[in-house]
Write a protein that binds this ligand. Structure first.
Ligand code: WT7
Length: 650
């Protein structure tokens, strides 16, 4: 780890500063420091006020935070229903005709879904789930494209107290099966297929392969979207539209305990097995509703919000489904890729729906930069008033490009740092008050305690360190499904009494935080977390592979790129492409290595530990540091020679 810290120290930072534009400040929810002061003065009181003001409780809470490290409970004696807060209360207040989603399909078809429509669908689908035997406390797996039914399915689970586990549609059948098995899900909700890059990608076939590897799935519900041919297994598989046509209209939202499990979301850690991150009801909803309102400075009457994430990731959970809907937001939801039919698709969608807030990832911004300024220039983006970024550090160059070419020089940028585990945004500017610097996520939001520490856990007030969170917060994970030992070890053992995020960061002279990436064996590829061990296990599961070492190397477009070093079993040969496809089958396309180097040996210490640092140096073309602990130095020089020779795939 000290290697990483040194790398962090070496990085310089930006001097440019941008104040919130006066016109933005005028109408901003937060335009002074009072929210920060209030939270600093009374942490629990602050969160209790947010929970009471922003949410409707069926039974008001009297307890705020019960903190028994590493476990927290928030608002534990209160009761509320998440789907009631996201839907019913808006309809009851007369806002049923307000648009919840302007949905845009990739082929160009579209749907307008109002809050009333959404409430009707959710009630019916909640009844469908009940009719399939789903009860409070059960787990339901969701494997869908970006269609409104994804939100319907999630909210229907919440309505009846079943926990959902959404698996990103790009994951393989094996990855889906692993997640179903770990969660012991009863029902799987999928689609025939979805649109991507002008073609239908099959989901139901993948789902069928996954279900073969599981024992707990009793029913599969299939939404018709791709119109591709699929097989339906009688008794087990049901068409969504057929079940919905028969379902009762009314399903009263049952008040849930604040600590009722709302969902599991699997994310990569440092071992091969993904972790089922647990989020519960009242605290999570408070956190995402609060951050959506204040960090995005959301005004329900005038804003059109567009978050480009997929619902399969935490960003989609917190800032497409729960945060925005609890705030009664009108959103754009888009099914497909940014370059279909052409490289200006995103900008044409912003123009079409007059989006006012746009939230995307740095890797996407760098791709837009590559496509050129003429693409956004073809469209009127003047409706935008705020733009945001999430998922990985945003480099100052991309930040400036985003501000000038998408924000028209007038939109504040919020660079929001958070994690699957944190549930909602933790470090970010508040756009009406924070002076931003390109590339810095700036400061913790009111109600969040963050601190940098050194190797020994001592406070760092300037320079590089490890990012830790010092106080419990309502949206924090409640643990890892079925593995609370791992929960404690992963997040709470590295530094006593604090949550260790796994990220390195730097504090500049003005106290601004600069997030600098993971310091563990987790890679961040295009804003997605993939562990080196996960890819290594996928590689060694191929019969021809004896040993594999995987590192994340800096990459101008995707943040990090997956580089694999592979030794083959004696006498066997295999083509690089075959192994890449094998990883895609085991995990999903997002985990395909960018380059695979075959080597007779991997660099190891004398005790047999693979020296990843050296491999990263080789992959990034750096001069090697200390190689004195290496058992066989010639292994590395051979790898360097090969790296210099082999052009890596783009
Ligand atoms: C990891 C969490 C939060 C939703 C998307 C990713 C990195 C996230 C930023 C940011 C620098 C960031 C961190 C973090 N990360 N946002 N604004 N600046 N790094 O969620 O898959 O749970 O990954 O993403 O490394 O630990 P995730």
């Amino acid at each position: 780890m000290s290697d990483n810290l040194q790398a962090i120290e070496a990085l310089s930072y930006e001097q440019r500063k941008f104040s919130p534009p006066p016109t933005f400040v005028q109408s901003a929810h937060v335009s002074d420091m009072s929210l920060y002061d209030e939270a600093a003065a009374d942490h629990e009181g602050f969160w209790a006020r947010q929970a009471r003001e922003l949410l409707d409780w069926s039974v008001p809470f009297t307890q705020v935070c019960e903190w028994d490290l590493p476990y927290s409970e928030w608002f534990a004696d209160g009761k509320l229903n998440v789907s009631f807060n996201c839907l019913d209360r808006h309809v009851l207040a007369g806002r049923g005709d307000k648009v919840a989603f302007y949905w845009e399909g990739e082929p160009g078809d579209s749907r307008v879904v109002t809050y009333s429509d959404l409430l009707d669908e959710v009630q019916k689908f909640a009844n469908v789930l009940k009719s399939l035997g789903v009860a409070k406390g059960d787990r339901v797996n969701i494997y869908l494209p970006m269609i409104p039914e994804a939100a319907v399915a999630m909210l229907a689970c919440a309505r009846i107290g079943a926990a959902h586990s959404v698996v990103f549609g790009g994951f393989s059948s094996q990855a889906l099966a692993d997640r179903i098995n770990d969660a012991e899900a009863k029902v799987l909700i999928t689609a025939d297929g979805g649109w991507r890059r002008g073609e239908v990608f099959p989901l139901k076939n993948q789902a069928d392969d996954a279900v073969k590897l599981t024992t707990t799935i009793e029913h599969v519900v299939v939404v018709k979207r791709g119109n591709n041919d699929i097989a339906m297994q009688s008794g087990r598989d049901h068409w969504y539209h057929e079940l919905m046509a028969k379902a009762d209209d009314v399903c009263v939202a049952e008040p849930m305990d604040a600590e009722q499990l709302l969902f599991l979301l699997y994310t990569s850690g440092t071992t091969g097995k993904p972790k089922g991150i647990m989020h519960t009801t009242g605290g999570y909803l408070t956190h995402v509703t609060y951050t959506f309102k204040y960090v995005f400075d959301h005004h329900p009457e005038t804003d059109i919000f567009w978050c480009t994430a997929d619902v399969g990731w935490i960003t989609g959970h917190s800032y497409i489904v729960y945060g925005p809907l609890a705030n009664g937001a009108t959103q754009v939801m888009y099914e497909g890729v940014p370059n279909f039919p052409a490289n200006d698709r995103m900008w044409s969608i912003i123009e079409k729906y007059k989006a006012t807030i746009f939230y995307t990832a740095p890797t996407a911004i760098r791709t837009f930069m590559k496509w050129g300024t003429q693409e956004p220039a073809k469209h009127d983006l003047s409706s935008l008033r705020l733009i945001g970024s999430v998922g990985e550090p945003i480099n100052p160059e991309a930040w400036m490009w985003y501000q000038e070419n998408i924000g028209g020089g007038k939109c504040p940028i919020i660079d929001t740092w958070w994690q699957t585990e944190t549930g909602g945004i933790m470090i970010s500017p508040l756009p009406g008050v924070t002076v931003t610097k390109p590339g810095s996520a700036t400061f913790p939001v009111p109600g969040v305690g963050a601190e940098l520490v050194d190797e020994e856990g001592n406070h760092v007030s300037k320079g590089g360190g490890y990012l830790t969170l010092t106080k419990p917060w309502p949206g924090m994970l409640r643990g890892i499904w079925g593995d609370q030992k791992r929960y404690r070890e992963t997040y709470w053992s590295r530094f006593a009494g604090r949550y260790f995020a796994g990220d390195g960061a730097k504090l500049d002279d003005d106290g601004y935080l600069w997030l600098l990436g993971r310091v563990d064996d987790v890679m961040n590829v295009s804003g997605h977390r993939i562990s080196t061990t996960e890819v290594e296990s996928a590689l060694v599961s191929h019969p021809s592979v004896a040993e594999a070492a995987v590192v994340g190397a800096n990459d101008a477009m995707t943040g990090q790129a997956i580089i694999a070093y592979v030794t083959l079993r004696g006498g066997l040969e295999v083509n690089e492409q075959v192994l890449r496809e094998h990883v895609a089958t085991e995990i999903g396309s997002i985990a395909k290595p960018k380059a695979i180097y075959f080597t007779p040996d991997l660099p190891k210490t004398r005790s047999g530990k693979i020296m990843r640092r050296l491999l990263r140096d080789v992959a990034e073309g750096r001069n090697l540091g200390d190689t004195s602990t290496l058992a066989d130095v010639s292994v590395v020089s051979e790898l360097q020679r090969r790296a210099a020779e082999t052009p890596s795939e783009d």
